[in-house]
Design a protein around this ligand. Structure first.
Ligand SMILES: [Zn+2]
Length: 319
């Protein structure tokens, strides 16, 4: 299913989509989404793709009934699974991300009656199933950096932010709700990327040393032999004794010193910002984790064929 046409042929019916969800979600037998058991779970003969769990304490006397979609991102949807699958395909094959408006245009045409909010909702549900952080960081070298997403000064560096703070124009944490008055409308994000490896990124409330340090420790966990950051002092005591910490001094205009640089994580930030800010301008902290999912998932799957990536997405659709 390399092309969209092949994909559409593979998933041309609702049944083909449901069969695929069963195969991926329940590879070793159907499991009750409520109690997790796979014993005493029986198919309902009169209702295809429905089961009843007769385990003690799960459901009433008649048992707990569920369908192939119960507890998944597809639950209670009025939209065909074929459409969901196609939207997921579009999202997974678009290297720079795809907006719900694009999705609507591609799938339903320019003058479609389909509400863009439906597409927006589906895109977000799909992002929520992309387990970008399921990919571990290995032994390194690892680059670590933090940034702000959104707002006018989208590439603001922490040094400039301190200057701002001195001038009494410091932005708030960026965690304001949509519609709330936001300083720069920015949300803080921290990330780590292993060279030729995976990326991990998180939305954070504060850029203080404690927050950055606890992320740094958690990601490296004494496994990582070499970490590179800029000169932000928050990182200076963040790593264990088994981790060598090298820095480049961005404040002095030093970006590369031999193999010491943070170019990979910065490239990831630019990709994320072009994808998110380029489309939405303002980003709320409620949705940014979903975009982090999407872009991490895409980076961490960059060498996998589309059928494997799609399979991985459907495997986690019920988590
Ligand atoms: Zn059960």
């Amino acid at each position: 299913m390399q092309t969209l046409a092949q994909f559409e042929e593979r998933f041309s019916t609702e049944e083909s989509c449901k069969d695929y969800i069963i195969a991926k979600r329940w590879a070793d037998g159907v499991r009750c989404p409520r109690c997790g058991a796979n014993e005493r779970v029986y198919a309902l003969k009169a209702r295809p793709y429905h089961w009843v769990c007769k385990n003690k304490g799960c459901g009433e006397r008649t048992g707990y009934r569920f369908s192939v979609l119960t507890g998944t991102i597809f639950q209670d949807t009025k939209v065909d699974l074929r459409i969901w699958f196609k939207i997921a395909y579009l999202m997974l094959t678009a290297k720079k991300g795809v907006s719900s408006l694009q999705v609507r245009r591609v799938l339903f045409g320019e003058n479609s009656g389909t509400d863009w909010r439906t597409c927006w909702y589906i895109c977000h549900r799909i992002r929520s199933a992309m387990q970008g952080d399921a990919f571990p960081i290995g032994g390194g070298p690892v680059e670590m950096d933090e940034t702000y997403i959104g707002g006018k000064d989208r590439n603001r560096h922490w040094l400039k932010k301190s200057a701002n703070r001195r001038a009494g124009r410091a932005p708030r944490t960026g965690l304001e709700k949509p519609g709330e008055s936001v300083g720069y409308g920015k949300v803080g994000v921290i990330g780590a990327i292993e060279r030729r490896g995976n990326v991990v990124a998180r939305v954070i409330g504060d850029m203080d040393a404690r927050t950055l340090g606890s992320f740094a420790r958690k990601v490296t966990e004494d496994r990582v032999s070499l970490v590179m950051t800029d000169e932000n002092p928050a990182y200076s005591h963040a790593f264990g004794q088994h981790t060598v910490h090298n820095t480049v001094h961005h404040g002095r205009g030093e970006y590369v010193r031999g193999s010491v640089h943070t170019n990979n994580i910065e490239n990831f930030w630019s990709l994320l910002k072009r994808g998110v800010v380029g489309t939405y301008h303002r980003v709320s902290k409620d949705y940014l984790p979903l975009y982090l999912n999407e872009f991490s998932f895409s980076h961490n799957n960059r060498e996998n064929p589309i059928e494997d990536v799609f399979g991985a997405l459907i495997t986690t659709c019920g988590r």
